[in-house]
Design a protein around this ligand. Structure first.
Ligand SMILES: [Zn+2]
Length: 369
């Protein structure tokens, strides 16, 4: 609500360290103007909204392929047959989908993000200039921070034509999100990365998803952001840490594609900033509660760290210091959870409660600014 101050009481998951305190927050014109401690009888839990740091929203046109029926899906060749450009099943279906349907399906996923407590996302958008325009159209009027990373629609064209398209894409979005260094000629990728840097936009790339064969090549491109690194070795992670490149992990996606378990604890230990994403909408919903629950139960990482990976670390990657945590002066992107819902009542530790068991239906309201 603009122009009037709102005061919300409850247990606040406050500050960058996510410290639960009993008290209130004041919100005015979309900014948190005060965080105060006081005894409260409210069962509300006030938590920062999620940042979904890696999605492929175009996949919203193609949900839940019959994995069991794609023979041997859980191996590398069949991951390629599903998602590798240009002939993976997903890309064939995207080519056959009308522009209108694509926009409508992506819009539904964006609305689902808002309903499930996400305030910002970073998307790898296929389909070149038109693909980026479709997502920009789907975003119209929605209060979501977006980082749209496009890619050339026809990378097999002569390099000059590809680079021309790259320049046109860069005029319309935040940067480039390339599928991987094994999928394209490395020289062309180097030119694309240089072109992206000249435009002062972001260059991101998948690496180390099914094996580590593309990690060194990806690092040679000096990317701003790496996705996956599921099969990275300790030495790879040291190189990533030395280069100061953040990583977005996608645990549910890696599980379903059989890519393995990302060494998240080792990434954190190496000092790498780690965020998380739900990856392909084809494989997973955009619901970050599911990602948190999965991560907290499958990996040996503290719940607080999981929560940070899904909020504050994502906002760092999005280049926003003023969201991702609840503190004075930050933008009010918060969700109010019902601490006395049948699901959450009786939880002893709000951080563990939210990380391991909270669900979208525990949300009473979401403030986006
Ligand atoms: Zn991806």
């Amino acid at each position: 609500m603009y122009g009037t101050e709102q005061v919300i009481s409850g247990t606040i998951i406050a500050g960058p360290e996510l410290e639960p305190i009993e008290g209130y927050i004041c919100v005015n014109k979309g900014i948190i103007t005060e965080v105060g401690e006081e005894r409260t009888y409210s069962s509300n839990i006030i938590a920062p909204c999620f940042v979904n740091a890696h999605t492929h929203l175009g996949d919203s046109v193609f949900k839940d392929p019959p994995l069991g029926k794609i023979s041997g899906f859980r191996n590398q060749r069949d991951l390629d047959s599903l998602v590798k450009p240009p002939d993976g099943l997903k890309h064939k279906i995207l080519r056959e989908t009308s522009y209108k349907t694509l926009i409508e399906c992506m819009r539904s996923s964006l609305l689902d993000m808002i309903e499930t407590g996400t305030c910002a996302f970073a998307d790898f958008r296929e389909g070149g200039v038109l693909g980026v325009a479709a997502l920009n159209k789907a975003l119209e009027g929605l209060k979501l921070y977006s980082m749209v990373l496009g890619r050339p629609a026809e990378p097999e064209l002569p390099p000059q034509a590809v680079l021309d398209e790259v320049r046109r894409i860069l005029l319309r979005c935040n940067g480039l999100g390339m599928s991987g260094t094994n999928d394209l000629d490395l020289e062309l990728l180097e030119e694309i990365a240089t072109c992206t840097r000249h435009s002062k936009k972001l260059f991101a790339v998948h690496a180390g998803e099914k094996d580590r064969s593309d990690i060194e090549k990806a690092l040679s491109l000096e990317p701003d952001l790496l996705i996956h690194l599921t099969n990275a070795t300790k030495r790879d992670l040291e190189s990533v840490a030395d280069a100061g490149i953040p990583i977005v992990v996608c645990p549910r996606s890696n599980f379903i594609t059989g890519a393995g378990m990302a060494p998240i604890a080792e990434m954190l230990e190496a000092g790498i900033k780690v965020a998380a994403g739900t990856d392909n909408v084809m494989l997973n919903s955009v619901n970050m509660f599911s990602e948190m629950e999965f991560m907290s139960k499958i990996f040996s990482i503290e719940d607080r760290q999981v929560f940070k990976i899904c909020t504050l670390n994502g906002s760092f990657i999005m280049g926003s210091d003023s969201t991702g945590s609840i503190k004075k002066g930050n933008k009010a992107n918060v969700m109010i959870l019902n601490g006395s819902s049948n699901n959450l009542t009786g939880i002893k530790n709000p951080i563990s409660g939210i990380t391991r068991r909270a669900r979208p239906d525990d949300i009473l309201s979401v403030l986006h600014s």
